[in-house]
Design a protein around this ligand. Structure first.
Ligand SMILES: [Zn+2]
Length: 320
């Protein structure tokens, strides 16, 4: 479906709570730039092939693949598509460092995560399951060496126009949005979504203050002159500053709730169990996201001087 002039959206299926991811084809002279790739599954591969067939674009005409971040739904098929198309694979350099430990030699990361769960008060029985909760993601993605690395603020040529790279750390340390200033189009990846707020988590592979980074990244995007946002999940939307205001309010409210809960020193796990009611009944993946999200808010509060972070060798506790 053409969502803007020269921009085609292809929706790809996912076997998760979130049912689809959008990838975008941007016309670039005789070729095309693809933004994100979908999961490395047969269903996703077929849906992409069908989507390309419908608009009459053979894979060989994709000359460049831009990746917003390395989560499997965005990056999963990147290696295979690069190989089959010969396209240039472009990604922020901070994402590249996450790839190997997360998707290839994951044993070291599992050790780091186990230690981190302990420090944050997760009981041994739960920690045993939680520590490898994200290993299942590995089947949806292949590690691949990119061709070009971004840092942010680059201008890439597209059909006589510019694509402006907007580095937006938070959801992932090297997350990038891609902005077409002459058309006022923002390809927002997971940074800005119409209905949900992306998971912002403090964990062994995150930056030191992911929520602080995310809020600054929202300001960076708010300053852009945008008419239409093309998100990685959900439909295109306008009024990006309105949406940003809603998301910022949501995080501030969550911070205030945490300040109300942390009247005595508590671990991240204790706070997560109170903040996300019913966390114990959820699957391990959801539990870990809840813990990461809680800790990201605590860390941001502590960095702002609104919460105390009590630190010993084997425990971190938070107090308002
Ligand atoms: Zn993501």
């Amino acid at each position: 479906m053409e969502v803007a002039s020269g921009v085609i959206r292809i929706q790809l299926p996912m076997p998760f709570e979130l049912k689809h991811v959008n990838v975008y084809l941007l016309r670039d002279g005789d070729g095309y730039t693809l933004v994100d790739t979908g999961l490395q599954t047969e269903e996703s591969r077929q849906a992409l092939t069908r989507g390309l067939d419908e608009v009459g674009v053979p894979l060989k005409r994709i000359t460049r693949i831009l990746i917003t971040h390395i989560h499997p739904d965005h990056f999963g098929l990147a290696g295979e598509l690069r190989e089959r198309s010969g396209a240039e694979l472009v990604i922020h350099r901070l994402e590249v460092a996450l790839m190997e430990p997360r998707y290839a030699g994951a044993e070291d990361l599992v050790q780091d995560v186990a230690r981190w769960l302990h420090v944050n008060g997760v009981p041994e029985a739960e920690a045993e399951f939680l520590k490898s909760a994200s290993m299942a993601a590995r089947e949806f993605v292949s590690v691949v060496e990119p061709d070009s690395l971004l840092e942010g603020a680059e201008r890439l040529a597209l059909d006589g126009e510019d694509i402006q790279v907007v580095w937006t750390p938070g959801h992932s340390p090297g997350h990038c949005c891609f902005f077409l200033p002459s058309r006022r189009l923002l390809l927002s990846g997971d940074h800005l979504l119409p209905k949900i707020s992306p998971n912002i988590g403090l964990h062994p592979q995150s930056s030191a203050d992911p929520l602080g980074d995310y809020l600054l990244s929202l300001d960076r995007v708010a300053r852009l002159d945008v008419d239409l946002v093309l998100p990685a999940h959900g439909d295109p939307f306008s009024d990006h500053t309105g949406r940003i205001a809603v998301i910022k309010k949501h995080h501030e409210e969550r911070k205030l709730t945490l300040l109300g809960l942390a009247t005595s020193p508590q671990t991240g796990w204790e706070l997560a169990s109170k903040l996300f009611h019913g966390i114990m009944e959820r699957n391990v993946f959801q539990q870990r996201l809840a813990l990461q999200e809680t800790l990201a808010h605590c860390q941001s509060l502590a960095d702002d001087g609104r919460m105390q972070k009590r630190f010993t060798r084997d425990r971190v506790r938070w107090q308002a």
